[in-house]
Design a protein around this ligand. Structure first.
Ligand SMILES: O=P(O)(O)OC[C@H]1O[C@H](O[C@H]2O[C@H](CO)[C@@H](O)[C@H](O)[C@H]2O)[C@H](O)[C@@H](O)[C@@H]1O
Length: 351
């Protein structure tokens, strides 16, 4: 199974709005189709061959704008000197490579060890579009905070969560290891369940289509659908979404994401966690967010706007972003995290 780069090319992104939701319009399925194509180039000249891209002027201009976090590592850690670093990591495409089958997006043991080491020393959270239980099953680390369903369902480690457990929607412990500390859209649970069932039914005739229940949102995957049938996927999703004005659509990597129209996203989840951990608005904290998807832009924007943190976009193709730096793929993410932890240890012993 290879890795993919199906990110929208430069200039094609609309960076407005939380997670770039697509507003409801007549004939919108046609508009979606355009976005589906734009966000899913069939082949990337940069795939697995970064060296060739260095001769590409568009890529060269882009990498100048979003320098590699590995190349500017010293600059990044200089910002963190004497500060507490808080780490926020997206899952798919950041900690695990993009694969055809969403259920197979496993994280390597090596990556798990690197993330575990980070979580032992730094407040660390995984912020994912997946249901929180599903991402926990992949990551299997109890030392972390998890924000599933694009930040709408936040869970933390037992023992560390008491300070944040007084927030609304606090629920009981999960699997005896983690505590749910915040759910932003509980009233949407029945409607999401209903829409999930309708979408499964309406797309069942489309070869390769897959509908995933992410608890507070639904993903309609078209990665394995023949491009000539993408219109059908868009139409089926549109037909159902029309009946639910309180739901909206966002585009991901060969996936249509159906989610509640609420003022909550990955950026809000980052703010919530920083605040809950007593790490917000502090000059002595450096939040670092690493992600690859459009929905991660909300978090990059929060960090950029508050001038408090650093966003790192994982991408091997040029695309506009609110991030400051870039990394090519999950293996570079792993290298960056390893270096960060080595630096952190050295910094701690030199004090
Ligand atoms: O926020 P994330 O952790 O990045 O989750 C976003 C979506 O990721 C998953 O889909 C993507 O990864 C799959 C596995 O590599 C791939 O097959 C799919 O095409 C990608 O869109 C996940 O399955 C979705 O539910 C998440 O919303």
């Amino acid at each position: 199974m290879g890795s993919y780069d199906d990110s929208p090319p430069v200039k094609e992104l609309n960076l407005n709005g939380p997670g770039f939701p697509i507003r409801l319009e007549p004939l919108r399925a046609n508009g979606w189709l355009h976005d589906m194509k734009v966000s899913s180039p069939t082949a990337s000249p940069m795939n697995n061959d970064i060296s060739g891209t260095l001769f590409n002027p568009v890529y060269r201009a882009w990498i100048k704008k979003y320098p590699s976090a590995l190349n500017v590592f010293d600059k990044i850690v200089a910002c963190g000197r004497g500060k507490k670093i808080a780490l926020f990591l997206d899952y798919d495409g950041t900690l695990s490579p993009i694969v055809d089958e969403p259920d197979n997006a496993v994280m390597s043991d090596q990556m798990r060890e690197v993330v575990r080491n980070a979580a032992i020393h730094l407040p660390t959270a995984i912020i994912s579009g997946r249901a929180v239980d599903k991402v926990f099953d992949f990551v299997k680390l109890t030392e972390l905070y998890y924000a599933g369903s694009h930040g709408m369902d936040i869970m933390g480690p037992v023992g560390k969560s008491s300070s944040v457990a007084d927030h609304r929607s606090c629920t009981n412990s999960n699997k005896g290891k983690e505590v749910k500390i915040f759910q932003a859209a509980t009233e949407f649970l029945p409607v999401i369940e209903e829409v999930f069932r309708l979408l499964v039914e309406s797309t069942k005739g489309i070869h390769g289509a897959k509908v995933e229940n992410n608890k507070f949102c639904v993903s309609v995957h078209y990665r394995n659908v023949d491009e000539k049938d993408w219109t059908l996927v868009a139409q089926c999703t549109d037909d159902i979404l029309k009946m639910y004005p309180r739901l909206q659509l966002c585009h991901g990597r060969k996936v249509l994401e159906v989610r509640p129209v609420i003022d909550w996203n990955k950026g809000k989840a980052v703010e919530f966690l920083l605040d809950s951990l007593g790490l917000a608005h502090s000059d002595s904290v450096l939040p670092i967010y690493i992600g690859d998807d459009r929905t991660d832009e909300d978090a990059f924007k929060v960090l950029r706007d508050c001038k408090q943190g650093i966003g790192i976009l994982v991408s091997s193709v040029p695309k506009e972003s609110h991030a400051l730096y870039s990394l090519v793929d999950p293996s570079e993410v792993m290298d960056f995290l390893k270096r960060l932890m080595i630096w952190k240890e050295q910094e701690a012993t030199s004090r």
